[in-house]
Design a protein around this ligand. Structure first.
Ligand SMILES: [Zn+2]
Length: 334
């Protein structure tokens, strides 16, 4: 009699089909509430003979577990479906979040484009450099401060993260014969504390031209063309004598401040001039270091910081903003 009831409920559960939320409610009422047929079975256990009691109790318990599992599974399905039904296809779309180019990429691409129009080819080199390419071939003396751990990230006794893109000059000179006309953009590393004006890595573009009869006048002409196209103004150039181990003579190049047109402002610190890059004629001994006959060939080199140009062009006053990945900043360049 009790056995029949158990079998009846079991066969019902085997074919149960819950389609609506009402079905689910009804299922709960029929099988899981205290007064449901299934729960009432427990009341009959005490009438079963002691030797069968354990087995019957086990069967009823098992039935209850099956019913609970059916209920929980279907309840979960309804909850998931409800979430999906919120996807109303008639609602207006949220639109796409368009990405934007990083300001440093924009500036780097502009620089590359201008110099390519002026006949320069593009090249690059490794960011981990040996002493020869980063220092020795470029005339850095043994005791130069750049060779100090304080200024350079050394990886081993012989290798460091390159401190400038000038190392790529050496790689070009040793692998090709003049005429050579290249620009070399890339990331460089310095062991400096991070601040608004300094970072442990930044980006440079280096340029070289080596051929017969290359003069400082050629350098000035190319930089004048670049400056005009980069800053969209008829700017004036100023060359101040400077020193780099790998150029002789060397100069820092300033342009008339494009914000105040030379009358003085915060950007140019009221001098009317802003410093743009370093440049000079490649030191003959650097040419000789790379097996280029310095009696036959001469060349110029220049290098600028991409962050520096971007900060000037976009009037950004903190270097760290380029690397924070703050969308409020980056969105402005879309
Ligand atoms: Zn100014």
């Amino acid at each position: 009699m009790l056995e029949d009831k158990i079998n009846k409920i079991k066969s019902e559960l085997d074919v149960i089909n819950i389609k609506t939320y009402e079905d689910l409610e009804l299922f709960k009422l029929n099988y899981l509430t205290k007064k449901s047929e299934l729960s009432l079975l427990f009341n009959f256990i005490k009438e079963v003979s002691p030797e069968l009691r354990k087995e019957i109790g086990f069967k009823i318990n098992n039935l209850k577990n099956i019913a609970e599992s059916i209920f929980e599974t279907n309840k979960l399905l309804f909850e998931v479906n409800q979430t999906f039904s919120l996807n109303d296809s008639t609602l207006p779309s949220n639109g796409f979040n368009n990405g934007s180019k990083h300001p440093l990429s924009i500036i780097q691409n502009q620089i590359i484009e201008i110099f390519q129009k002026l006949g320069f080819s593009l090249s690059d080199g490794p960011e981990i450099e040996d002493d020869w390419h980063n220092f020795s071939a470029l005339n850095f003396p043994e005791n130069h401060p750049a060779r100090d751990m304080q200024d350079t990230f050394f990886i081993s006794e012989e290798h460091a993260l390159r401190t400038h893109t000038s190392s790529v000059q050496v790689r070009i000179m040793e692998s090709e014969k003049p005429p050579l006309r290249y620009i070399m953009p890339g990331r460089v590393y310095r062991n400096e504390a991070v601040s608004a004006r300094a970072n442990c890595f930044f980006h440079q573009v280096e340029g070289i031209y080596i051929d017969k009869n290359v003069s400082f006048a050629d350098l000035k002409l190319v930089l004048f063309e670049f400056t005009k196209q980069m800053f969209n103004k008829d700017v004036k150039l100023r060359f101040r004598p400077s020193y780099f181990p790998f150029t002789e003579p060397s100069a820092e190049m300033d342009i008339t401040c494009f914000i105040c047109s030379g009358s003085g402002c915060n950007i140019c610190k009221h001098s009317g001039w802003v410093e743009i890059m370093g440049c000079g004629m490649i030191d003959p001994s650097v040419l000789e270091n790379n097996n280029i006959d310095s009696n036959k060939y001469s060349g110029y080199a220049f290098g600028m910081g991409i962050e520096r140009i971007a900060m000037l062009k976009y009037q950004i006053n903190d270097l760290r903003l380029f690397f924070d990945n703050d969308l409020r900043m980056l969105k402005q360049f879309s």
